[in-house]
Design a protein around this ligand. Structure first.
Ligand code: GLY
Ligand code: MN
Ligand code: MN
Length: 447
């Protein structure tokens, strides 16, 4: 836990007031002992280094106090021996520990960040005697300091991210190889998640394993696999310590891309490769997004789907008819790292989200710095809610060759997503072991 302790002392360089962070608690499904899996709040995990339910830490000028109760006397029957408060404190390197009930008198004047679960949120408000959302005053100052620290990852974080990426790559390969024998989305999903489980990891978000890739966050896997369909798989594990990966590949159910699928896939891949080539310190992420948009527009003009000058098409947001989301986001303890803080992490202070059709879902708008891990994830989708929208249809009618587009109806959704570390020199593609080209993917699928 040496590095978690250096995170705590780094925080004390940024702020001079006490901080209390809560881990959260498992939410019951029905009766109190039947709970959803527990996952500690990411800010707590970052500074505590350990996932402990119903705990809080108080940080004050580099000193750490832990607030947690010993296991309840009857608990051993159901859960076996669990660490005592003293043992947790020792593992964490805490300077002192107290029962949770002692927190109220030590929390006065402390800043905090809101947790997600409602029961703990109420405890936070009770303990502090005030609301914790929206962020303001010292809470906002704390949030800015935490963003400063969590934007660029330390060695401990990078080593966990490398582990989780390697397991997630293995999971995708297992899914690709097993698709020939699968008859439903759910069967491929089970192959992928079985690899996570075998490594004592969990999905970092609901896996997307679907032949309806045009539904961007399709989190159900109920469809049969039909030859001729493309399967879009967006799945990534997280480590026990909470560090996430986020990978997407799209492959043909029958192991071979059709000519139309391959043509669009090559357009998305060109956008992916051009964006990754731009990742380096100092590079504005918005420029990378616009490079991806331009590559998509160029490719779609070449295929005869869009009509016009690619630069102008991007200025008109015409690419967003088919690539409506941002090129990616920060990755770390959360798959969309620190988005619990709104755009405080994603956007440099003073920058605001655009409401332009082609920029509204850009989640990151900062110059890149060494140590950041970001995703690059261009995609092409035929989303009925966009393409059949009368307003878009009217606005973009003359820029799309609709009859040409109809020839590509076997492409509902393609996304290619990699996790990229910004290094001092440029970039390292952490997910590089997972093939991206159509030929490589077809090769994996027949093995
Ligand atoms: N898995 C969600 C995303 O790619 O942003
Ligand atoms: Mn992503
Ligand atoms: Mn993803």
């Amino acid at each position: 836990m040496i590095l978690a302790s250096s995170r705590r002392s780094n925080l004390s360089q940024h702020i001079d007031f006490p901080v209390v962070l809560w881990s959260g608690q498992p939410s019951p499904r029905n009766f109190p002992a039947n709970v959803y899996p527990f996952r500690a709040n990411s800010h707590f995990l970052y500074f505590a280094g350990l996932s402990i339910p119903r705990a809080a830490i108080r940080l004050d000028r580099g000193k750490l106090e832990l607030f947690v109760d010993d296991p309840a006397p009857g608990s051993v029957l159901w859960h076996g021996p669990e660490p005592t408060a003293a043992q947790w404190a020792e593992q964490m390197g805490a300077d002192a520990y107290y029962p949770l009930a002692a927190l109220a008198e030590r929390a006065e004047d402390a800043a905090t960040l809101p947790v997600q679960d409602w029961a703990t949120r109420q405890q936070q408000m009770q303990c502090l005697g005030r609301s914790v959302s929206p962020l303001e005053g010292q809470d906002l100052e704390l949030a800015k300091a935490v963003v400063e620290l969590r934007l660029c990852h330390d060695e401990l974080a990078l080593s966990e991210i490398r582990q989780v990426v390697s397991v997630s790559v293995e999971a995708h390969l297992t899914g690709m190889k097993g698709t020939a024998k699968a008859s439903t989305e759910a069967q491929v999903r089970s192959l992928i998640e079985s690899v996570f489980i075998a490594h004592e990891m969990t999905p970092a978000y609901s896996s997307i394993v679907t032949v309806h890739g045009e539904i961007l966050h399709h989190d159900r896997s109920a469809h049969p696999l039909t030859p001729g369909d493309l399967l879009l798989v967006d799945a990534g594990a997280e480590t026990l310590g909470g560090w996430a990966s986020d990978i997407t590949r799209t492959w043909p159910v029958n192991g071979q891309f059709s000519p139309t699928q391959r043509a669009i896939y090559e357009v998305v891949l060109a956008a992916h490769d051009r964006c990754i080539a731009q990742v380096k310190p100092g590079q504005e992420y918005e420029e990378i997004h616009l490079e991806g948009a331009l590559a998509m527009a160029e490719g779609l003009v070449d295929l005869g789907i869009l009509i016009g000058n690619p630069e102008t098409l991007v200025e008109q947001d015409a690419h967003a008819l088919f690539f409506p989301h941002g090129i990616g986001h920060l990755l770390g303890l959360d798959v969309h790292d620190m988005e619990d803080l709104g755009d405080l992490a994603g956007y440099t202070q003073g920058r605001k989200r655009s409401d332009r059709f082609g920029l509204q879902f850009l989640r990151l708008n900062r110059p890149l710095q060494p140590g950041m891990v970001i995703t690059i994830e261009p995609g092409f989708y035929q989303v009925p809610a966009i393409l059949d929208n009368p307003q878009f249809r009217h606005q973009y009618d003359k820029l799309v060759q609709w009859e040409k587009l109809a020839q590509f109806k076997d492409v509902r959704g393609i996304r290619i997503e990699d996790d990229v570390l910004v290094t001092d020199q440029g970039a390292e593609i952490l997910t590089a072991q997972l093939p991206t080209t159509p030929d490589q993917i077809e090769q994996v699928m027949i093995n």
